[in-house]
Design a protein around this ligand. Structure first.
Ligand SMILES: Nc1nc2c(c(=O)[nH]1)N[C@@H](CN(C=O)c1ccc(C(=O)N[C@@H](CCC(=O)O)C(=O)O)cc1)CN2
Length: 295
């Protein structure tokens, strides 16, 4: 491509989705959707993400409730906070910000969230249904749902495409692969131990990079005209920035934009979609509740 890839503007698409969400919230008669955030510890990145989620709720006329626990909190204390939110009728969605401190069993905490309020889609029942044919999970994890939404809203036909997902995490790699299979793509899950990773990635019509390694995917790894969704958010030292670093993805943007037909930037690509999809999931939960109340 001589002109370079078209940018998939995640910030603009997320803003469009948030306008739709606000409209849905304001059309609800009996319920104001409420999102609960649980933060254990004080990691700077996690605190920033939680703050962004709370701000996004406000902008969409939604309520938010926040529970903060110290990083010394016991597993029982985190479970108790989740249980209280499970019982709270003003809360329609609960998210426990990840990662949790290493002494806490993540699976136990995530499975303690009521499946009707599991807006992150990480409960084993919701993930299990996503992994099965003919089952419908109540919620789909936000970043994977955001990737698919970016493709659809950019006019990309997914069915029949060869997709290579790089990364096999529970948050992104595995669930996005399942979602894309349900969209009738042919999906290969590649990872750091895949033999001839560049050769595998070169087969893809659509590349989803979610491996967590700065600028790993190079220009000569990708097929001309392919579509690249970069999920990575890595900081890279940059002395020209006040902070001393800048954010980069898992894809070498400057090299790959010359080869691909469409590409997401970092920042401003998948990241904003994660929060938009979280709000979508929470409002869907509240709308489901409102329908039950009306019956
Ligand atoms: N419980 C969860 N924990 C985590 C999730 C998740 O979906 N649920 N995902 C990530 C972090 N995350 C949300 O929690 C998240 C990451 C990035 C962004 C984002 O908008 N990034 C911006 C850049 C922001 C910056 O300047 O730092 C962008 O890419 O443009 C939103 C949410 C791990 N934990």
């Amino acid at each position: 491509m001589s002109g370079g890839a078209k940018l998939i503007d995640g910030k603009a698409i997320a803003a469009e989705i948030r306008t739709e969400i606000k409209h849905d919230v304001e059309s609800m008669k009996r319920i104001v959707p409420g999102l609960a955030t649980v933060l254990v510890g004080e990691r700077t990145d996690s605190s920033t993400y939680v703050r962004m989620k709370i701000k996004a709720c406000k902008e969409c006329s939604m309520n938010s409730i926040h529970r903060s626990l110290p990083d010394t909190a016991s597993e029982e204390e985190v479970l108790q906070a989740v249980e209280e939110l499970n019982r709270d009728e003003s809360v329609h969605g609960i998210l426990v910000q990840l990662p949790l401190p290493s002494h806490i069993n993540e699976e136990r905490i995530l499975s303690s969230v009521s499946i009707e309020k599991d807006v992150d889609g990480f409960h084993v029942v919701n993930i299990g249904k996503l992994a099965m044919k003919g089952r419908t999970p109540l919620f789909v994890p936000c970043t994977p749902r955001g990737c698919v939404e970016l493709l659809k809203r950019s006019g990309v036909q997914i069915a029949g495409k060869e997709v290579v997902v790089i990364g096999r995490s529970n948050i992104v790699g595995l669930p996005v692969s399942m979602l894309l299979i349900h969209e009738n793509a042919t999906v290969t899950i590649a990872h750091s131990r895949t033999a001839d990773l560049p050769g595998v990635v070169r087969r893809a019509d659509i590349v989803i990079a979610a491996v967590g390694r700065s600028e790993m995917v190079k220009g000569d790894w990708v097929k001309p005209g392919c579509i690249i969704i970069d999920v990575g958010i890595n900081s890279k030292p940059d002395s020209s920035k006040k902070s001393g670093y800048r954010l980069v993805g898992d894809v070498d943007f400057e090299e790959c934009r010359k080869i691909a037909s469409m590409i997401t930037p970092v920042p401003g690509g998948v990241g904003p979609m994660t929060i938009a999809m979280l709000l979508r999931n929470c409002v869907d939960a509240a709308m489901r509740k409102e329908r039950e109340v009306n019956e």
